[in-house]
Design a protein around this ligand. Structure first.
Ligand SMILES: Nc1ncnc2c1ncn2[C@@H]1O[C@H](COP(=O)(O)OP(=O)(O)OP(=O)(O)O)[C@@H](O)[C@H]1O
Ligand SMILES: [Mg+2]
Length: 251
């Protein structure tokens, strides 16, 4: 089986600042991987490289066996359609009904005309409704999005990705705006969807305990480098302490 994502000697620089240094990794279809590390470690930068929002300064990013740098814009969009991303801030249009935000998952496929018509007369209500059933908030289909709670808005963002039906779901801190109970629910939901659909799931998370509880594999980033990349059961508390620079003698 070939990897769905592969980074070869990847370095990412912003001006003089090196955000990622010499990253090598392979992620295979169906894997559930957590990216952990302190603020500024490079988690969001890595996610942006995986979905083609950013290009590396050096090295190669391969997605679905395509070298992202070699793609023409149209080919890049085709690959990007296969990668769904969920963000901390949900990235929803607040004053639209939920159904329109969910239908935005079609945008990579729909013509401009179809998208415009759908704003007046929602198309593919059934697909949107099915996705909302999967995330547990069907009753919100015609609600204005900004009337929903944070946890519900994150469910709308997940429903949009389900409509997009990508091969992989990337989530950049999907729970950092949510309370602990909502965080657990959203992580359970994402992992359950990944298990049911076989979609690869890569999530950056601040709180290490969520990574340990929900993921099979954990990649620890420290100042732009991979400190460890291991199956969850092999990640020791010493490794976690080193990652967050916690010295047991000074505690
Ligand atoms: N567009 C940019 N321009 C300049 N520097 C950037 C840019 N994006 C990221 N950086 C820098 O790269 C480093 C890594 O940032 P990144 O956002 O990837 O970290 P992170 O691990 O996601 O942090 P957090 O947990 O706070 O979200 C930071 O020092 C940041 O300031
Ligand atoms: Mg980040």
């Amino acid at each position: 089986m070939s990897p769905i994502f592969e980074l070869k000697n990847v370095t990412k620089q912003f001006g003089n600042f090196q955000s990622l240094t010499d990253i090598n990794l392979q992620i295979y279809p169906g894997e559930r991987v957590a990216l952990v590390g302190s603020s500024g470690a490079g988690k969001s930068t890595l996610i942006s490289l995986l979905n083609g929002t950013l290009q590396p300064t050096q090295g190669e990013v391969w997605v679905l066996s395509r070298n992202m740098r070699r793609l023409r814009p149209k080919q890049l969009r085709q690959v990007q359609r296969q990668i769904g991303t969920i963000y901390q801030q949900f990235h929803l249009v607040n004053d639209l009904q939920v159904i329109h935000n969910v239908n935005a998952g079609h945008l990579g496929r729909w013509s401009f005309f179809k998208a415009a018509v759908s704003l007046l007369y929602p198309l593919e209500v059934e697909t949107a409704a099915k996705a909302l059933v999967q995330v547990g908030i069907l009753e919100k289909l015609y609600e204005r999005t900004d009337r929903l709670s944070g946890g519900q808005q994150q469910r709308v963002a997940i429903a949009r990705v389900l409509v997009q039906d990508p091969a992989a779901i990337l989530a950049d801190e999907p729970i950092s705006n949510l309370d602990p109970e909502r965080s657990r629910e959203i992580m359970n939901l994402l992992c359950q969807l990944s298990l049911e659909t076989g979609k690869t799931l890569i999530t950056s998370i601040h709180a290490f305990e969520y990574a340990r509880r929900h993921f099979q594999r954990i990649i620890g980033l420290q100042q732009g480098r991979i400190l460890f990349d291991a199956p969850t059961e092999e990640v020791s508390s010493a490794m976690v302490n080193e990652l967050y620079n916690i010295n047991p003698h000074t505690k």
